[in-house]
Design a protein around this ligand. Structure first.
Ligand code: NOJ
Length: 513
C-alpha cells in the first residue's frame, strides 16, 4: 500500500480540474481542441490554483461517443496529437506542480477496436469470448437513447452486448485475457508517469451472470443507470492492486453513476477499490437548500463511517452546466463556487465553470452528440475578440452565450470576475487545513441558509450559503470576519450577520483586521 489512508494524501488535499479535450483549446486550427492547445493553456489551470487535471479520452477513436469509444488505448487520436504530445502533457503538467489523471474506459471498446473486429469475425475466433455474445437478447436497455443493449451480428449469427451505443461493445472482464490486456493498458500509461485514472462507468464491468430481465429496463431505463454487480468490485480490486504496485501515490477516481450514495460507498471497498468515487446527486440538484442539505448530510452520514473520502462536482461533460441549471444566475453560480470549494471532500471543476459559462444553445442541425449533451461541451472562449482564441476552422460546436465577456482574457483582467472568485476560493481552501481536511458539522440556521463548520485542530471556518433571493440575517455566536464572500466584499471585515440574497461567505474567527 502507498499510505493512501493518510490525511496527507495529495488527492485528499487537491482540487481537480477536468479538461474536455475537444472543447478546451485548439492549436492546429481544425476547430477541435487538441493536446498542443492544452499545453498552451496549462498555465490558466495552474494560475487558477488547481492541483490536478483529469483529461477526458484522447485515445484513438472513431468518435461515435466523442472518444469514449476507443479503438486503441495505447495511442493518441490524430485529432488530438501524438504520443509525444501526450508525454509532453504529462511532463509539462508535472513541471507546473499539477498531477495528471487520464480517463480509463474499461467497460467497452469501439466496435472498430481490433479486439472486437477479431471477436466478431467468427464464433471460432480466439477473441470471441473477449466480448459478450448471446443467441437471444433479454430486455436490457442501452444508454444514450440507443434502445436495446443487444445488437445482432449478421455474419456470426449472435447478439453482442453494449450498455451504451452499438459502436461500444462491452468487454467480458470474466475472461482473464481481457483482464491481462486491460492491465497492460494501465501499465502503459503508468509507466509514462500518469498519476492515476478516472474510471468510466466503474460500476458496469460486472454483469449479472444469469442475464435475467430487469423490470427497470422493461420500464425504459438503461441498465448503466443502476447496474451494481459484485463482479465489478473484483475488477476494481485487481486494478487497485496494479496501481498500488507503482511508486508514488497513483489514484483511481471512479464514475459510479448510480444515484444512490449507499451503493456508491461500496465502491471504495475496504480501502482496496476506488480512492474516490464521484458523488452525482449534486449534478442534478437544483438551487434549493433542502436538496443540498439532504445531499450533503447523506454523504457525511454514509461516507464518514466507511472512511470513504467524498468528492463534490456540480458540472461535467455529461450534464447541463450548473449555472444553466440554476436558471442562468451568475449570483447563484458565484455562491455555488464557495459551497463547492468549502465542503469536506475533493472538489472537481469542469473547464469553463470558473468562467461562469452557461450551456451553448445548439441548433438541431448542429447537434453532434446522440445523447444530447452538446450544450455543456461548447468551446472555451479564451480571448474577448472573435474567434475567441479558436483561429482557423470554426469550432465544432457554437460558443456559450456572451463569449466575449465570459472570455478568460476579460476575466483575468477583472478582479471582480467569477474567475478571480474561484482563484480566491482555491487559495483560501489551500491555506486552511480545516477547509481541506477538517470535519464537517452543520449548524442551526434559518431554513434557506445552509451553514456548517469545518474544523481541524485549532483551525476553524464557518460557511454560510443563503439560497433565498432576499437577504437573511444569521449571526453565529462569537466574532467572525469574512475570509471570502461571493459578492466580492473585501476579506478581513467583520461579519455582521447579514447575508445578501443568493450569496455565500466563508468566515474565520476573530475581530476585524
Ligand atoms: C460516461 C462518460 O462520462 C460519458 O461521456 C460516456 O458517454 C459514457 N460513460 C460511455 O462511455
Amino acid at each position: 500500500m502507498n499510505g493512501t489512508r493518510s490525511d496527507e494524501a495529495w488527492w485528499k488535499n487537491a482540487v481537480v480540474y477536468q479538461i474536455y479535450p475537444r472543447s478546451f483549446a485548439d492549436a492546429n486550427g481544425d476547430g477541435v481542441g487538441d493536446i498542443p492547445g492544452m499545453l498552451a493553456h496549462l498555465d490558466h489551470v495552474r494560475d487558477l490554483g488547481a492541483d490536478a487535471v483529469w483529461v477526458s479520452p484522447i485515445f484513438r477513436s472513431p468518435m461515435a461517443d466523442a472518444g469514449y469509444d476507443i479503438s486503441d488505448y495505447c495511442d493518441i487520436d490524430p485529432l488530438f496529437g501524438t504520443l509525444g504530445d501526450a508525454q509532453r502533457l504529462i511532463d509539462e503538467a508535472h513541471a507546473r506542480g499539477l498531477r495528471l489523471l487520464l480517463d480509463f474506459v474499461p467497460n467497452h471498446t469501439s466496435d472498430q477496436h481490433p479486439w472486437f473486429l477479431d471477436s466478431r469475425s467468427s464464433r471460432a475466433s480466439p477473441r470471441r469470448d473477449w466480448y459478450i455474445w448471446r443467441d437471444e437478447p433479454n430486455d436490457w436497455r442501452a444508454a444514450l437513447g440507443a434502445g436495446s443493449a443487444w445488437t445482432w451480428d449478421e455474419k456470426s449469427g449472435q447478439y453482442y452486448l453494449h450498455f451504451f451505443l452499438p459502436q461500444q461493445p462491452d468487454l467480458n472482464w470474466r475472461n482473464p485475457e481481457v483482464v491481462e490486456a486491460m492491465h497492460g493498458v494501465l501499465r502503459f500509461w503508468l509507466d509514462r508517469g500518469v498519476d492515476g485514472f478516472r474510471i468510466d462507468v466503474a460500476h458496469c464491468t460486472g454483469k449479472d451472470p444469469t442475464f435475467a430481465d430487469h423490470p427497470r429496463c422493461l420500464a425504459g431505463e438503461p441498465l448503466a443507470d443502476f447496474n451494481d454487480q459484485p463482479y465489478s468490485h473484483e475488477v476494481l480490486r485487481g486494478i487497485r492492486r496494479l496501481v498500488d504496485s507503482y511508486p508514488g501515490e497513483r489514484i483511481l477516481v471512479g464514475e459510479v453513476n448510480i444515484r444512490s450514495t449507499a451503493s456508491v460507498v461500496q465502491y471504495y471497498g475496504a480501502g482496496d477499490e476506488l480512492h474516490m468515487s464521484f458523488n452525482f446527486p449534486p449534478l442534478d440538484a437544483p438551487w434549493d437548500p433542502v436538496v443540498f442539505r439532504t445531499c450533503i448530510r447523506e454523504v457525511d452520514a454514509l461516507l464518514r463511517p466507511a472512511d470513504a473520502w467524498p468528492t463534490w462536482v456540480l458540472s461535467n461533460h455529461d450534464n447541463v452546466r450548473h449555472r444553466s441549471r440554476y436558471g442562468g444566475s451568475l449570483r447563484r453560480a458565484r455562491a455555488a463556487a464557495i459551497l463547492l470549494l468549502s465542503l469536506r471532500g475533493t472538489p472537481f471543476l469542469f473547464q469553463g465553470e470558473e468562467l461562469g459559462l452557461e450551456d451553448a444553445l445548439v441548433d438541431p442541425q448542429r447537434q453532434v452528440d446522440p445523447g444530447g449533451r452538446d450544450g455543456c461541451r461548447a468551446p472555451i472562449p479564451w480571448t474577448a475578440a472573435p474567434p475567441h482564441g479558436w483561429e482557423g476552422a470554426p469550432p465544432w460546436l457554437p460558443f456559450p452565450p456572451d463569449p466575449a465577456s465570459h472570455s478568460a482574457q476579460r476575466q483575468w483582467a477583472d478582479p471582480g470576475s467569477i474567475l478571480h472568485l474561484y482563484r480566491q476560493a482555491l487559495a483560501v481552501r489551500k491555506a486552511s487545513p480545516a477547509l481541506r481536511l477538517g470535519d464537517w458539522e452543520e449548524i442551526d440556521s434559518p431554513p434557506e441558509v445552509l451553514a456548517f463548520r469545518r474544523r481541524r485542530g485549532d483551525d476553524v471556518r464557518l460557511v454560510c450559503v443563503n439560497f433565498a433571493a432576499q437577504p437573511r440575517r444569521f449571526h453565529p455566536p462569537g466574532d467572525w470576519r469574512i475570509a471570502l464572500c461571493s459578492d466580492g466584499q473585501a476579506p478581513g471585515s467583520r461579519f455582521r450577520g447579514e447575508l445578501a440574497g443568493e450569496h455565500a461567505v466563508v468566515l474565520e474567527p476573530g475581530a476585524e483586521t
